[in-house]
Design a protein around this ligand. Sequence first.
Ligand code: 5GP
Length: 197
Amino acid sequence: MSGPDGKLFIISGPSGAGKSTVLRRVLETSPVPVRLSVSATTRLPRPGEVHGRDYYFLSDKEFRRRLANGEFLEAKEVYGQGKWYGTLWDEVRSGWDAGEAVILEIDVEGAMSVVPKVPGAVTIFLHPGSPDELERRLRARRTESDAEIARRLEVARRELEKLPLYQYEVINDDVDRAAEEICGILERETRPAEGTT
Ligand code: 5GP
């Protein structure tokens, strides 16, 4: 059983833009009930990542089965390495059924494929401000090889060109400030339009 559609927020931005840290703060301080959708992926967990919390880590076979079964709102192969990522409809619907707005943290292509499918979806682009700053953060994280960093920077440069496709731009110069700005957007966009109550 499923209730009416709720509000969907889509946040994208270059890898290493500090999205996860900002979003954790948003979830702690949001003025409206909200949950972060847990994506499914076929990539391996990084140290410390937990199945069901950070991602649903699925085998290629299981991912393909669910894809064929129509269980994904969107799914795509990222980084040309045969690693799949996707948003399960179940994740989104269970948030809406609980009366919560749902946030998707997905890449630009995924975001743009969701927009026509979910009327009223709100798009936010979160980025560190400059490619130099992004590179500094990726290197400080020390979880990717040089080749992987180079690939991600290339993807990030291309993603930055997509900024005009988004309704909101948030610069992550400071975690608290960026989270506060996103909370302001959540509040504004979930408020019933004037004259409809
Ligand atoms: P990471 O491997 O660093 O966790 O994520 C790599 C990229 O995959 C990020 O740019 C992230 O936004 C994107 N991503 C994560 N989950 C999803 C998803 O469900 N769908 C799509 N399209 N992209 C995703």
